[in-house]
Design a protein around this ligand. Structure first.
Ligand code: DGJ
Length: 741
């Protein structure tokens, strides 16, 4: 049993032996939070965990003259504003603009085996009824004639609680929702460091940290995408928590549009975490009888450091988020023509690239931007999803056949959500673009966006893409999205409904993904948004991998992939070897280092194989063989970060198989150090202490590797040229460990 209830005391305890989440109904009928953290034993009554602080100062507002109860000091599950709690609320809703402070009080609960689907939204799922249990708490506000449902799911074997909220209009008048958070967590103190993943194009998801302090600290997006700038992930770790030890709470929002994740630390040092759709500009008009469902919040607790937290996210997303098919199937090693040709290609050039790549053992050829309309640069044709016969005179089908003749699968780039003002589609349907035609509209990369809040536009895109999938027998689609939403209005929405636009837009995106992935489950989708601008769990529900960043420079990728791994598994990260000088940084790194970095992801190439030397081709053949040998380990293993690129010149990480019988370790040193130590060791993690592992011609026990360390090959120190095995800038090495009897 994962959910224990005490109906008499109105207490609820979700526990799986790893974590406990406990809450109850308070004396005012609202829900109070008692505990989230490492598992506690279950008991009949948890009342004693409630700390009713007697408010001391005159500024404390007590509840109905009870001097021992103030909403200002109790921990709550879903707070409102306007009562004795002056912090930002989880909910703000009104009926026909009538004055009223929301007062949702407990009505009933339901326990469901498994996990119900969130209609129209991506969310984690249970694989069967034993995998998870869901508790739904129903609260009612009589004045509003509304029901608030808080959904809590606990998974059998993961230190994870997922939460979401829905609001049902049970009356006969419209409700206006201004704010409805997915989840709130009131923590008893503020002794945490906030960790989040920030950046911009070309340097997404860098690890940022700061101490929690009194006041509100938040990360958010108002771009209509989860964004390059702030990933919808946040962790609160204790000051002494490391990668391997200590307490940390992790939060991730299963959503791809405007979000907020904030922590409000009050005057008593309590920390309130809130995650949800960004309330700025949001207003949802809820008609009688209808329900509004928030996206889901994933909450992880780990007492095994940041690696423990990350592994919990990774396991959840691998087992309970990505499409079933892609849990088992190998992801193909791909070659993408973008950096090889940009817009300048014809059939012959592409087939030559494909032939040459196929000889290297590469399995999938992806034709990127520029194959449709009259798209010779980024100023035209988005929306015109007809092949450009000037470049491909024999059509897409013929190209697909020629690619297939090389022994490779065929994949294609789309940017379904866009429309170029210079396109046939725009001439035909100028009103399909986002924004109002009588007001100025901002171009981004010379393009406008299609109004995905309108089902007929989503239908049109479905028809186009489905047709091409069938015609060319596509195996893979790269779904790109290269600008953020401005002038976010729909020509079809009523004036008082324009606050619904952003959410309706992303629901349209999800519905197109849903239809395509259901209809064509064999097609592998890779999401992309000018690199990693929409790298979030919402996307992974449909597309199990995402283009991590347009920046393919190996040194930059260390930081990007290290940060990304805080929440997302290796097998979600598209990571490719590209040419040097690198197109984003002009840096020249060795081919081996580029591959040693890209192996820790879904592997591929982003270069022109025809411009390689014979020596490079031989090296790439070996890389491809190496990845094929180890991709299952990379997909299913547990990932450990060992040395952070944000803290020094070296980076190290490793992946260990579930049975601990093998592991792959990546070590990287960005700049050479003169007169460095003769012997350097790298402390490993996650191995079985009593298993013997063969590596680098030696045999170590797991405890030796974890406590003494793996001895790194001798580094060039200025004089030892004869014996040095490594040296120079941008050096790296990957070690394979295999247990021996
Ligand atoms: C941005 C993507 O991130 C690139 O990989 C490439 O597909 C271009 N768009 C094409 O326009």
């Amino acid at each position: 049993m994962l959910i224990h209830t005490n109906p008499e005391k109105q207490q609820f305890h979700l526990t799986n032996g790893q974590i406990s989440y406990i809450f109850h109904v308070m004396k005012n009928g609202q829900l109070g939070h008692l505990y989230f953290g490492k598992a506690l034993r279950n008991r009949a009554d948890f009342s004693h965990l409630q700390a009713y602080d007697v408010p001391t100062a005159a500024s404390c507002h007590v509840y109905e003259d009870d001097p021992a109860f103030s909403l200002e000091t109790v921990r709550q599950e879903y707070p409102a504003y306007g009562n004795s709690d002056f912090r930002e609320p989880a909910i703000s809703v009104s009926k026909e603009a009538e004055p009223h402070v929301p007062n949702f009080t407990y009505d009933s609960f339901t326990i469901l085996e498994g996990k119900p689907k969130l209609e129209g939204l991506p969310a984690t799922y249970a694989n069967d009824n034993q995998d998870a249990s869901t508790l739904q708490i129903s609260l009612k506000d009589e004045f509003l004639e509304a029901e608030l449902i808080l959904n809590y799911t606990i998974f059998r074997d993961k230190p994870v609680i997922t939460r979401s909220t829905s609001l049902k209009n049970k009356g006969s008048e419209y409700l206006e929702i201004d704010r409805l958070m997915g989840a709130v967590l009131d923590l008893p103190n503020k002794d945490f460091i906030v960790t989040h993943l920030g950046g911009t194009w070309g340097r997404e998801r860098h690890v940022k940290e700061r101490k929690l302090e009194m006041g509100i600290q938040s990360i958010s997006s108002l771009r209509g995408a989860s964004s390059h700038h702030h990933n919808p992930f946040m962790a609160l770790k204790r000051p002494f928590t490391t990668e391997h030890t200590g307490e940390v709470y992790g939060f991730n929002f299963v959503y791809s549009s405007n979000f907020i994740m904030q922590v409000e630390v009050d005057h008593y040092g309590m920390a309130r975490v809130m995650v949800g759709i960004h309330p700025f500009g949001f207003k949802w008009i809820l008609p009688p009888g209808e329900l509004f469902q928030t996206p889901e919040v994933v909450m992880v607790y780990s007492d095994q450091g940041l690696n423990g937290m990350s592994q919990a996210f990774h396991h959840l997303y691998r087992d309970n988020l990505i499409p079933d098919q892609w849990k088992r199937e190998e992801r193909p090693i791909l070659i993408n023509n973008w950096e090889a040709t940009y817009f300048d290609f014809d059939e012959e050039k592409l087939v030559n690239i494909a032939n040459s790549a196929s000889e290297l053992g590469i399995e999938l050829f992806v034709l990127d931007d520029g194959w449709f309309g009259k798209r010779n640069d980024d100023t035209s044709s988005l929306g015109d999803w007809q092949v450009d016969l000037n470049k491909l005179p024999n059509g897409l089908e013929s190209l697909a056949q020629k690619i297939s003749n090389t022994g490779m699968k065929f994949g294609l780039w789309f940017e379904p959500e866009m429309i170029s003002p210079n396109s046939e589609l725009y001439k035909e349907h100028p009103d399909w673009a986002v924004g109002l035609s009588n007001q100025p509209r901002t171009l981004g990369r010379n393009q406008l966006m299609l109004d995905f809040s309108r089902p007929e536009i989503v239908d049109f895109l479905y028809g186009k893409i489905a047709g091409i999938i069938k015609q060319t027998n596509l195996s893979y689609i790269k779904w790109d999205m290269n600008r953020n939403i401005t002038e976010a209005f729909s020509q079809k929405l009523a004036t008082n409904q324009q606050g619904e636009f952003f959410h309706r837009y992303i629901l349209g995106v999800y519905s197109l993904y849903e239809r395509l992935t259901k209809e064509f489950p064999h097609v592998l989708f890779e999401s992309c948004a000018g690199g990693g601008g929409r790298f979030d769990p919402g996307m992974f529900y449909y597309a199990p991998q995402a283009w991590t960043s347009d920046d393919t420079d190996a040194v930059e990728r260390l930081k990007i992939q290290y940060g990304t791994s805080f929440a997302y598994p290796l097998y979600s990260m598209g990571s490719h070897v590209s040419a040097v000088p690198n197109h984003q940084t002009l840096r020249e790194t060795p081919l081996s280092t580029r591959a040693n970095t890209a192996y820790f992801g879904t592997f591929g190439y982003e270069l022109d194989p025809l411009s390689l030397t014979e020596e490079e081709r031989e090296e790439i053949k070996k890389q491809v063989i190496f990845y094929k040998e180890h991709r299952r380990l990379i997909r299913d293993g547990d990932f450990y970060r060992l040395m952070s690129p944000f803290e020094g010149n070296e980076t190290a990480w490793m992946v260990v198989s579930q049975d601990q019988s093998e592991a792959l370790v990546g070590y990287y040193k960005v700049l050479a150090t003169p007169n460095s130590r003769k012997q350097q060791t790298l402390l490993l993690s996650g191995l079985a202490a009593d298993m013997a592992y063969a590596v680098e011609g030696k045999t170590y026990f797991g405890d030796e590797l974890m406590q003494v360390g793996l001895q790194l090959p001798t580094e060039f120190n200025g004089v030892n040229r004869q014996v040095a095995k490594r040296g120079g800038d941008f050096q790296s090495q990957v070690f394979y460990l295999k247990c021996v009897e």
